[in-house]
Design a protein around this ligand. Structure first.
Ligand code: NAP
Length: 292
């Protein structure tokens, strides 16, 4: 079984490379942006023709949430046209496409009209992105749904790992430079260990390969379990790494960013747990495993 991974030098791509030796039954083909530029349809065709993958995991994306506000064309080219290109070539080569999307397709306002406690977002809740990044990710989902039905779209959130750039690594770097760090405490979501995400993608592939069925294609949520604010996340990062620092909780209004982010974007994982029999670690447990 051949599994082609795009964006292989990103966090998810490197996490897949990290776990790949545990799956000798899979021939992974890791393509970084030099080998495979997903915005180039001819390049996609040529690479798919060479490897004829049974599955493609799209780890390639424009992920700079704030920068996307000032370069929407670039974000659109990668997150929408790139996704569309992969859907087209996947259809041509009958490749099952696993695409990664984001909690930032939601606006976080679902609790405003309800007196109930905040409810995690399910796959059937209506997206309403608050920024360019979220909009391009949503449009990328739609392009895939339109062009190729054999797809799994996995929405995830707050991804961190030992690889690439992420919140955990930023906090550890800042702690080595400053005595005090202020972090927003009114945006609620769930951190996701990129290795846990990589394992789930492989589990989906192995399940699909063992029991091919068209019933399972579609959108799924995946993050670690539980919920926290960015402040709680930072606090746990420092606690686990035995770092003593003056950490201050601040409101979003005190930390303006070019892109507006959802105040609540916890994802409901019931569907992926039921369909694929997945057990999910709590975010604190996964963070601790990561640091060991
Ligand atoms: N990070 C998060 O917190 C988060 C949260 C929710 C969802 N997600 C989604 O999860 C997925 C993986 O994210 P990540 O954190 O692993 O991203 P990442 O670390 O930023 O990696 C993205 C990769 O995409 C590659 N890339 C960019 N343009 C490309 C192109 N035209 N062709 C091929 N490759 C290209 C980049 O390569 P170069 O470095 O060579 O440009 C980079 O290696 C993305 O779909 C993202 O939207 C991430």
């Amino acid at each position: 079984m051949v599994v082609l991974v795009t964006g292989s030098s990103g966090q998810l791509g490197q996490s897949l490379q990290f776990i790949a030796p545990n799956y000798p039954q899979i021939d992974f083909v890791f393509c970084d942006s030099k080998k495979l530029d997903i915005t180039n349809l001819e390049n996609c065709n040529q690479v798919f023709d060479q490897y004829k993958p049974n599955f493609c995991i799209n780890g390639a994306a424009y992920t700079a949430v704030d920068k996307a506000e000032s370069e929407p064309e670039k974000a659109f080219a990668i997150n929408v046209n790139g996704a569309k290109n992969l859907a087209e070539v996947s259809k041509k080569f009958d490749t099952i496409l696993l695409h990664i999307s984001t909690d930032f397709v939601f606006d976080g306002n679902r609790d405003v009209t309800s007196s109930a406690v905040e409810m995690p977002y399910t796959e059937i809740d209506i997206p309403n992105p608050t920024g360019v990044y979220g909009q391009t990710k949503l449009d990328g989902e739609k392009a895939i749904q339109e062009f190729w039905d054999k797809h799994y779209i996995i929405r995830t959130s707050w991804v961190y790992s030992q690889f690439g750039n992420n919140f955990m690594k930023t906090m550890l770097r800042l702690a080595s430079e400053r005595d005090t760090i202020s972090v927003v405490n009114d945006q609620i979501g769930t951190p996701t260990n990129a290795v846990d995400l990589a394992e789930v993608l492989v589990k989906i592939i192995l399940t699909d390969n063992r029991q091919p069925t068209t019933d399972n294609f579609g959108i799924y949520n995946f993050s670690n379990e539980g919920q926290c604010s960015w402040y709680d996340f930072a606090k746990k990062i420092f606690e686990i790494n035995n770092i003593s620092i003056n950490l201050l909780p601040i409101p979003t209004t005190s930390f303006p960013t070019p892109a507006k982010r959802p105040s609540f974007s916890v994802l409901d994982k019931s569907k992926i747990k039921t369909v694929f029999g997945i057990e999910i670690n709590n975010w604190e447990e996964s963070l601790r495993n990561q640091s060991e």
